[in-house]
Write a protein that binds this ligand. Structure first.
Ligand code: FMN
Length: 157
């Protein structure tokens, strides 16, 4: 299965989840391709005046995983801009995840995930259950293993 893993990450937690996902998909015999979204200039919560320099096409993927940090109770503007440009995703599985620093789900995790999934509502993708990951857990690969396992099983199942 061809898997696209497309994430925005500023301090590296979301990127680490992406790296572990890629390793787990490879171990299971899949073909993952990971892209860390890069922008022109600095981006902060609420930014609109930036461009994504390396937005990947997703035509070749059977499954797409999209990840981003929660910023100021929202999904990062970078991933939202990328999702807004995706168009139709008929026949593809899609799973969104966010990483977040504050410990409760109501401090932006649910809102951010709902916004990402909402942006894809008209894409015709087969949406898989999203994940909210607490950033401190990202410091330990062992702590991340259950969520990595769930995401890989959902995509490859
Ligand atoms: C500008 C900014 C705003 C943030 N806002 C929130 C927030 O509203 N809720 C939360 O749980 N974490 C918040 N965080 C913490 C990040 O979501 C968390 O550290 C995340 O895992 C960073 O991902 P990254 O390392 O991939 O950039 C914020 C971080 C930054 C830099």
């Amino acid at each position: 299965m061809n898997i696209g893993i497309v994430v925005h990450s500023q301090s590296g937690y979301t990127a680490k989840v992406a790296r572990l996902l890629g390793a787990e998909f490879s171990k299971k015999g899949h073909d993952p391709h990971t892209v860390l979204l890069r922008t022109t200039g600095k981006v902060a919560p609420g930014s609109t005046s930036f461009e994504i320099r390396n937005a990947p096409e997703v035509d070749g993927y059977d499954c797409i995983i999209l990840g981003a940090p929660v910023w100021a109770f929202r999904a990062s503007p970078v991933i939202m801009k990328y999702l807004g440009g995706l168009g139709r995703l008929s026949g593809k599985k899609v799973l969104c995840f966010v990483t977040k620093g504050l410990p409760f789900l109501w401090t932006g995790g649910r809102q951010a995930l709902a916004a990402m999934e909402g942006e894809l509502a008209l894409s015709d993708a087969a949406m898989l259950p999203g994940e909210i990951i607490w950033a401190p857990a990202c410091r330990s690969e062992a702590k991340l293993q259950p969520v990595i396992g769930r995401m890989v099983a959902a995509c490859a199942g």
